[in-house]
Design a binder for this molecule. Structure first.
Ligand SMILES: Cc1ncc(C[n+]2csc(CCOP(=O)(O)OP(=O)(O)O)c2C)c(N)n1
Length: 565
């Protein structure tokens, strides 16, 4: 039987197991929306701005491991998603974005709401398609989902001209995808795995440095097993937080610009760095020339282009992180000299312990009567015991949420790592809450960032999504102010948020709950009340204005040149 393009789209989504689509309608996709009510198994979440749709799809993907889906109209609808697409691309998040397009005969004519979204998003998608023929539609959708989730995951965009959506074709969903040019290597080379193990065996001061690849390949269990068995301490990037339990003695905390003293020192002193699903971003390495100066480097990554991009590598392994760690585990189990592999390395362990004890993450509590933002994050942890899903905005709030909350499980921190997108956290939290209606989802926000996608309060209210927004309200664009203070002689140009809405009234205007906290003694009881009230809630916590995030490695400095509290 022949179906319209719109019907083919829905049938294909069902074949992919899609249950949630975040979108916003318009003329170019009106036929898709016309068809929508006939497919109630696919729930549509109407956002208030297309940036909200793409971030929500991204948050849904990060929280679940499934592909997030977003549907928008042509022209401005499509361009409004570009920031979110770049955001997902930088963090390797699987999302499929369907954009409407003007009818094929009008393409290139500057038609109403026409934009070359395929051209615009070419550098920030894993792949993108302009569907020119309805008979290709099902095949393209199959490919799009396959590309988004396999290999190094990422966003894939499918542009749908209006006439293609209206045209008819026989619906046949392909069983398999065959793309000659796309064949990610998933299985590691056994010899390289053996070389890696030998290097670990020989190392006196080995260190795991893990990134988002461990989360996306679902290999945290293997990583944890190996680290414990081989006695190798672990540090992670912002994207890798949660892939090793934060309460384990081998855990050193995050590394990089705002990493812990122990993690950054460990990088500089280790003799073997085992990078798993991490890409040696500049926020992690600091000055490349002096990064991990004494270390041999093993780099495991599914994306061959990320290997040797920034640092020299002694043992490259191009493969899926999980498959590689499984292979390593098997070789450890089969090893003839398990003692050599699993030795205690007492000096190294003792040194790390000393660093952790002497330089823990800390802040000046003081008795100024002010609320310390770090203490707020600590209280959130105390109340949730690591069981919540935390999303963050960008800036100091993000770094404190990374430092002072103890992540035990992967997919419990949703944060814009690569692009650093203010406005990401709240819609991402909406996506996560859609996926997990019964979990506590908390957006740790800054007073600046939260204003960038605040309109999604209406979306959360509409679908009864009880997200909690905890604003660490310092009255500044805090992270930029911190740089101005430390490196620009306190020239606080354009970072004071002189005028902000009354967030309590704003919450109430949307029909949500709002609380304002100014007294340190009230932080815990108010957060507790908010977390238990079952409703969309803003907690506006007025915190010390000029608090800084420490440790800090100044941009371009070496990791051991940390500014401490
Ligand atoms: C869309 C966007 N614009 C600008 C920036 C640059 N930027 C990075 S952090 C920051 C300040 C964030 O302020 P706020 O949300 O109040 O958080 P705080 O740092 O105070 O916790 C800015 C402006 C950004 N990351 N994203």
């Amino acid at each position: 039987m022949e179906l319209t393009g719109a019907q083919i789209l829905f049938e294909s989504l069902k074949k992919e197991g899609v249950d949630a689509v975040f979108g916003f309608p318009g003329g170019a996709v009106i036929d898709i929306y016309d068809e929508m009510p006939r497919h109630p198994e696919i729930r549509h979440y109407l956002v208030r701005h297309e940036q909200g749709a793409i971030h929500a799809a991204d948050g849904y993907a990060r929280a679940t491991g499934k592909v997030g889906v977003c549907l928008v109209t042509s022209g401005p609808g499509a361009t409004n998603t570009v920031t979110g697409i770049a955001n997902a691309y930088m963090d390797s998040i699987p999302v499929v974005i369907f954009t409407g397009q003007v009818p094929s005969p009008l393409i290139g004519n500057d038609a109403f709401q026409e934009v070359d979204i395929v051209g615009i998003t070419r550098p920030c998608t894993k792949h993108n398609y302009l569907v020119k023929d309805v008979t290709r539609l099902a095949g393209v959708i199959k490919e799009a989902f396959y590309l988004a989730r396999t290999g190094r995951p990422g966003p894939v965009l499918v542009d749908l001209p209006k006439d293609v959506i209206q045209a008819r074709a026989e619906f046949k969903y392909p069983r398999q995808v065959r793309m000659r040019s796309y064949n990610p290597t998933l299985t590691p080379n056994a010899k390289q795995v053996a070389r890696a193990l030998e290097a670990i065996c020989q190392a006196d001061r080995p260190l795991f440095y893990v990134g988002g690849g461990v989360v996306s390949s679902d290999s945290h269990r293997e990583l944890t097993w190996l680290a414990k068995k081989l006695n190798v301490p672990v540090t992670a990037t912002l994207m890798g937080l949660g892939s090793f339990p934060g309460h384990e003695p081998l855990w050193l905390g995050m590394l990089g610009m705002h990493g812990t003293y122990a993690a950054n020192r460990a990088v500089q002193e280790c003799d073997l760095l085992i990078a798993v699903g991490a890409r040696f971003d500049d926020r992690v390495t600091g000055k490349l020339a002096t990064f991990a100066p004494n270390a041999k480097v093993i780099h495991i990554d599914v994306d061959p282009t990320s290997i040797r991009k920034n640092v020299r590598v002694d043992v490259p392994i191009v493969a899926d992180c999980r498959e590689t760690l499984v292979a390593l585990k098997a070789q450890v189990e089969a090893a003839s000299d398990p003692k050599g592999l699993c030795r205690a390395r007492k000096d190294w362990t003792a040194t790390l312990k000393t660093w952790k004890i002497d330089h823990p993450l800390t802040y000046n509590g003081g008795d100024s009567g002010e609320i310390k933002p770090q203490a707020v994050v600590e209280t959130i942890y105390e109340l949730t015991k690591g069981e919540a899903i935390i999303s963050t905005e960008v800036g100091q709030n993000q770094m404190w949420a990374a430092q002072f909350y103890n992540y035990h499980k992967p997919r419990t921190l949703l944060t814009s790592g690569g692009l650093g997108t203010m406005g990401y956290g709240f819609p991402a939290a909406i996506g996560a809450q859609v996926a997990f209606p019964d979990k506590l989802v908390i957006d740790v926000a800054g007073d600046g960032s939260i204003q960038m996608c605040i309109q999604e309060m209406a979306t959360a209210m509409c679908y009864d999504l009880p997200v909690k927004i905890v604003i660490l309200n310092n009255g500044y664009l805090g992270m930029v102010r911190q740089w101005q203070e430390l490196f620009y002689k306190k020239n606080y140009c354009a970072t004071c948020m002189d005028w902000a809405p009354d967030f309590v009234k704003l919450a109430q205007a949307y029909g949500a709950e709002g609380y304002r906290v100014t007294d340190p003694a009230q932080v815990k009881p108010v957060l507790k009340q908010a977390f238990g009230n079952g409703k969309l809630t803003i907690v506006d916590v007025v915190v010390s204005q000029e608090e800084n995030v420490y440790p800090m490695v100044p941009a371009g400095a070496s990791l051991h040149e940390m500014l401490l509290v």
